[in-house]
Design a protein around this ligand. Structure first.
Ligand code: ADP
Ligand code: ZN
Ligand code: ZN
Length: 831
């Protein structure tokens, strides 16, 4: 009945295009596709003049757009949706909350392997007649295309041995000799394994005997058959034949020729087939291994369950080494047994190590792993594995929040205070921890946040009763928190006891640890050899030509590098300003500490772990493994050494330059310093039989914050910080939105920022709008930056309305003709 109606109705689809445009686009569904299109499926469409892109269907309806003529969808890629309803809702939420385009959200959500790329190909115009118009080179191209049917740009380049062929192609198009068209390619390639098995007709015992006899004349072929049967005993177990043998198994055997095997396949005795294999098969596999929880872990797990029954979110505040992971595992198992999905979020760096191996041992290959260092194909496999139901449980980094779950029971956010949950660039500038709460809510699931040093925001919500709060105050298995010692570097300097950056106390302890074969971690939160070079004569300082920061000296590669824009240059032998040879390195980073350790303790095995030593895919894991196996005595590193690592034999942690971390000019500095120093200290003394030691070098040992770190007084830190935040209207009492205006001309940038700030102030009031002011680094990549900080009270203000007002004013400024080509970055809940 309805079919007549359907026949006549033209369908339209509103699509999310993975590009920064503010709205959905409506396309026309071709008649032959009308029974097949589904919301959440991918399609290919033409966008703009030349581009062909992948888009996702958000809505299907029968209303043509009013403002433009809808173009046809070119191709439908999926029979079944690959984006779920929940995701569509989430993408929408993220784009509204973080003031960005939904296409930008789709763009970070979809792994590149699910986006199709288009490549221009060239074919000869069948109606082309004017052969004598062609130049010699054009003639070569046209002749070759006639031979090959079509050519790609690269093939033409190779043909003419030229790297820029656009002019020739343009001319050919102008003469109507060739036509360009877009060939669409799927980027994802499943990993396939070639296998062989006996054809079904030969699997009965009678047929097998007859076959063996008939092959007697051909020894080579018979050998293959026998070899196959020796691995797959088809005689007794015909059903085993189905799985077959890897084809490579035969080709590795020298006595067997590929030709004979291929003949058997051609004769129809063997058949060849392919299977898709997962790229994760080489990881250790698990068996839902049983762990027994300690009493306090049991209690914590139970409390969490009880609290989650009534609250959406629970915060687990457990000191380092309390065994939070085991508690998580216990809860994950229960949720999975109940038939719901679980997502476990970890900060980027923690995900590559120990914790994943531990989880894998328990959950085996039912656990998907989603990491940015994985290849795109691997990420597509996780995406598809969730849709197929293969992965009910996924552990991943922040972008895993965008995976296609349809029944999430629990999201765990471990180390929830970590700033790496927030994406800085590009948009969407989301915080995966906060999105997790929304996402769980959509799924009617729950969120568990965990940390030894919770963010003030989360602890505030827990204290106020909005979140449940569970505390674990003891380390697992009778281990205790380490013993702290503050070392007064001012005093040591006066008494000339320091050796460069090392206090005499630290050196003594290093010696002790080396003789007793115990491991040490040294923490300096700055990479490179030294943060700048300076001329002793004229005070010249090495600076980046593109940014307002000093260039860091990297000794190993003998280079000066900018940590903001990546600029590199050679180290000057003399001062570029006065010609003096007294150019000295100032300050110190991990590389210098490593260097000095080599000089002081030539026999010690020292390894450095920072961004520069861990760029390669497995470098990080290799260092961790070597350290675990005892191949390293002293590990020197940046924040990287503080993230979730669990080593038995580390009895000491040494911290340089705590003052620089504590006094960073930023309102969150105390909170961050507490978190960072507590976390890195937590790597020491995880064994029950030996208390660890933490040495902190500081010019001012009587600072209150240091006392709180030493006594593990999170509460004290929280109380004093939260009072400050309230007094000066900072989060969690307000929400912050940062607008950054950028332009290559300083005046233009400043003027635009001023105009924008005035517009905002007129409506929001001066107390809510701070700035414009230049950020700490005023110029980056040759652009001058000006920040405007907007503070909106949590309770009093309609956040949504305020945001759309802000967005409106930003658009006003962007479209102001007197302020040409400025950029404005909007960062909601900036960190
Ligand atoms: P946290 O993440 O809270 O700092 P971990 O989860 O890393 O602590 O646990 C600290 C150490 O104690 C790890 O080596 C872990 O294997 C061990 N551990 C914790 N709970 C248990 C348990 N129930 N059974 C065995 N080992 C445990
Ligand atoms: Zn000089
Ligand atoms: Zn730079």
């Amino acid at each position: 009945m309805t079919s007549i109606f359907e026949e006549e109705t033209t369908l339209f689809a509103d699509l999310i295009l993975p590009v920064p445009v503010p709205s959905l686009f409506t396309y026309r569904v071709p008649r032959e596709m009308s029974g097949l299109v589904k919301v959440g499926a991918r399609v290919i469409v033409q966008f703009g003049q030349k581009r062909v892109i992948t888009a996702v269907i958000a809505r299907i309806h029968s209303t043509p757009p009013v403002k433009y003529q809808a173009k046809y969808i070119l191709e439908l890629l999926d029979e079944q949706p690959i984006v779920t309803q929940y995701q569509l809702e989430l993408f929408n939420w993220v784009s509204e909350y973080y003031l960005c385009n939904i296409g930008e959200v789709l763009n970070v959500a979809l792994p590149a392997g699910l986006k199709i790329t288009s490549q221009s190909r060239i074919q000869v115009n069948p109606e082309f007649e004017y052969e004598d118009l062609l130049t010699d080179q054009e003639r070569i191209v046209v002749d070759e295309i006639r031979k090959q049917q079509t050519l790609s740009y690269e093939e033409v380049e190779r043909l003419l041995q030229k790297s820029n062929i656009t002019a020739i192609i343009k001319s050919l198009v102008g003469k109507r000799a060739v036509i360009l068209y877009e060939e669409v390619k799927e980027r994802y390639k499943p990993k396939v394994l070639k296998k062989v098995r006996l054809a079904a007709a030969y699997t009965s015992n009678a047929a097998l005997s007859a076959l063996a006899t008939s092959l007697e004349k051909n020894q080579k072929q018979q050998e293959i058959l026998l070899k196959y049967l020796s691995y797959i005993p088809v005689y007794n177990h015909a059903e085993l034949n189905q799985k077959g043998l890897d084809k490579s198994f035969f080709s590795q055997d020298d006595s067997i020729s590929d030709a004979s095997l291929n003949t058997l396949i051609k004769k129809g005795i063997f058949e060849q087939f392919e299977i898709f294999v997962s790229r994760f098969d080489d990881l250790p596999s698990g068996n839902m291994a049983n762990i027994s929880l300690s009493d306090s872990q049991k209690e914590a797990s139970q409390q969490i369950e009880e609290l989650l029954a009534e609250k959406e979110v629970v915060l687990l505040h457990g000191i380092t080494g309390s065994g939070k992971t085991e508690v998580y595992i216990d809860l994950i198992k229960k949720v999975l047994e109940g038939g719901s999905q679980v997502l476990f979020l970890l900060p980027e760096i923690a995900l590559t190590t120990q914790i994943v191996v531990r989880l894998r041992k328990v959950f085996g290959d039912t656990m998907g792993i989603y990491h940015s260092k994985f290849s795109d194909n691997e990420r597509v496999e996780v995406w598809k594995g969730i849709l197929d139901g293969k992965f009910q449980f996924v552990v991943g980094v922040r972008s895993a929040i965008f995976l296609p779950f349809d029944n999430l029971g629990l999201i765990i956010v471990d180390e929830e205070h970590e700033t790496s949950y927030k994406q800085h660039d590009p948009a969407p500038r989301y915080n995966a921890r906060d999105v997790a709460v929304i996402m769980s809510y959509m799924h009617k699931g729950k969120t568990l946040l965990g940390s030894a040093t919770p963010s003030l925001e989360s602890y505030f919500h827990a204290k106020s009763g909005r979140y449940g709060l569970v505390e674990m105050k003891e380390r697992y298995g009778n281990a205790v928190l380490p013993d702290f010692q503050l070392i007064d570097t001012k005093k040591e300097k006066k008494q000339r006891q320091m050796k460069n950056e090392f206090s005499s106390v630290l050196i003594q302890h290093l010696e002790h640890n080396l003789t007793h074969k115990e491991q040490t971690i040294l923490f300096q939160n700055r990479r490179g050899y030294s943060p700048y070079l300076q001329c002793e004569e004229c005070s010249w300082i090495s600076e980046c030509p593109n940014c307002d920061v000093s260039l860091t000296y990297h000794m190993k590669v003998k280079e000066l590098r900018c940590h903001y824009c990546g600029h590199k240059e050679e180290v000057p032998r003399t001062c570029p300003n006065c010609g003096s040879t007294k150019v000295k390195t100032m300050g110190y980073g991990t590389e210098k500490i490593e260097d000095e350790l080599h000089l002081m303790f030539p026999e010690a095995r020292v390894q450095r772990m920072d961004l520069d030593t861990t760029r390669a895919k497995n470098a990080y894991q290799q260092i961790i493994q070597e350290f675990e196996e005892g191949g390293i005595d002293i590990l020197v590193g940046t924040q990287m050494v503080s993230k979730g690592l669990d080593f038995d034999n580390v009895s000491m942690v040494g911290i340089f330059d705590a003052d620089r971390i504590i006094h960073f000019p930023e309102f969150r500095a105390s909170e961050r310093a507490f978190q960072m120093l507590t976390q890195v200290s937590g790597r020491a003394g995880r064994r029950a039989d030996k208390r660890g030691k933490v040495l902190i070098q500081t010019a001012n040992p009587s600072q209150k914050l240091l006392e709180r770190i030493v006594t593990n007084d999170y509460e004290g830190m929280y109380e004093s910080e939260i009072a400050e935040r309230e007094k000066f209207s900072y989060p969690p009492f307000t929400r912050l939105i940062k607008l950054t205006v950028k332009h290559i001309d300083e005046q233009t940038s400043q003027r635009a920022a001023k105009i924008l700030a005035e517009k905002l102030t007129a409506n929001l009031g001066a107390s809510r709008v701070l700035g414009p002011q230049p950020p700490l680094v005023e110029r980056v990549r040759n652009q001058f930056l000006f920040d405007i900080l907007i503070k909106l009270e949590r309770e009093k203000i309609n956040f949504k309305a305020a945001k759309s007002f802000i967005q409106e004013k930003v658009i006003d400024t962007l479209t102001d003709k007197t302020l040409k080509s400025i950029q404005v970055v909007i960062d909601v809940d900036c960190l």
